[in-house]
Write a protein of this length. Structure first.
Length: 251
C-alpha cells in the first residue's frame, strides 16, 4: 500500500506538473523557480489530499487492466499446454462450452476451501469442461499426494483418479507408505501397484511439465484457475465463478 501511495503521489505530481507545462517550460526554469514550483505543487496536494486517493484509484485500475491483458496474452500463448496437453485428467462435461482449469495442491487450504464450490459450479452449470493440473508446491507431502493421485489414475483409470482426488483434498492423515496403502485399499485399487507406480518416470514428466507451464504463466500460488481466456489467481467464491462463466458466454 505504501508503494502504491508513493507511486500515486508521483502520478499526482506529474498530473499537476503537466497542467503547468502548457504555459511553463519546466526545463527552462532556474533552480529557484523550480523549487518554488515544487513548493506550490506540494502545498496544493496538502490542501487537497483527496487527489492522492484519486490517483491511487486510477493507478490501481490501470494496473488491474494491465494484469488482465497480460494474463490473457499468456493464456493465448500457452493455450495448447493449458487445455489440450494430452495427459491431464478431464472431468465435468467433456463437450462443455467453457473449460475451467485448476492448478492445485492437495495440502493448500484455499484449494480445499474452493473444492466443494468448484464441484458445485460444475454440477449446477452442467456445461463446463474441468481440467486438473497437479501442482504440488507446499513441500514433500504435497508431492507425495500428487504422485499418489497420478499413480491411482495410471493403475485404475479416470474414475478412480477422481475418487483419489476427492479423498486427498480432505485428507489429514499420514503420508507414510502404510497410510497410503490403507488409502488405496479404501479406494478399492491395487495398493502394491499404486505404491510402485508413484515412482514411475511418467509421473515425473507430468509434474515437471506442470511446473514449467505454471512458470510460463507466472503462477506461483494455488489455487490458480484458467477459465477460457481469463486467469483467476487465488480462491474465487462460487457466485463470482458463475458470474465469470456467464460473462464469457455473452462475449
Amino acid at each position: 500500500m505504501i508503494r502504491t501511495l508513493v507511486t500515486a503521489s508521483a502520478l499526482a505530481l506529474t498530473v499537476a506538473g503537466s497542467a503547468a507545462t502548457a504555459e511553463t517550460d519546466l526545463t527552462s526554469m532556474t533552480d529557484a523557480e523550480r523549487a518554488a514550483f515544487r513548493d506550490e505543487v506540494r502545498a496544493y496536494l496538502l490542501d487537497n489530499p483527496e487527489i492522492i486517493m484519486e490517483a491511487v484509484n486510477v493507478l490501481e485500475q490501470r494496473q488491474a487492466a494491465e494484469a488482465v491483458n497480460t494474463d490473457r496474452s499468456l493464456v493465448e500463448t500457452h493455450q495448447t499446454a493449458i487445455f489440450e496437453d494430452g495427459f491431464s485428467w478431464v472431468g465435468g462435461n467433456p463437450d462443455g462450452d467453457i473449460t475451467l482449469v485448476e492448478f492445485l495442491d492437495y495440502r493448500c487450504g484455499y484449494c480445499r476451501k474452493a473444492s466443494a464450490e468448484v464441484e458445485q459450479l460444475i454440477e449446477s452449470d452442467g456445461n463446463i469442461r474441468f481440467i486438473v493440473k497437479e501442482f504440488p508446491i507446499l513441500g514433500e507431502e504435497s508431492v507425495i499426494s500428487s504422485r499418489f493421485a497420478l499413480a491411482v489414475r495410471a493403475v485404475a483409470g479416470d474414475d478412480a483418479y477422481k475418487e483419489a482426488h476427492d479423498a486427498l483434498i480432505t485428507y489429514k492423515g499420514s503420508y507414510a507408505e502404510p497410510a497410503l496403502r490403507r488409502l488405496a485399499e479404501g479406494l478399492g485399487v491395487d495398493a502394491d501397484a499404486v505404491i510402485a507406480g508413484m515412482s514411475d518416470p511418467a509421473i515425473n514428466d507430468i509434474l515437471q511439465a506442470n511446473r514449467e507451464l505454471a512458470n510460463s504463466l507466472q503462477i506461483s500460488g494455488t489455487p490458480t484457475f484458467v477459465m477460457d481466456d481469463t486467469m483467476l489467481r487465488g480462491y474465487v467464491p462460487l457466485a463470482q465463478m458463475q458470474a465469470i462463466a456467464d460473462d464469457i458466454r455473452t462475449q
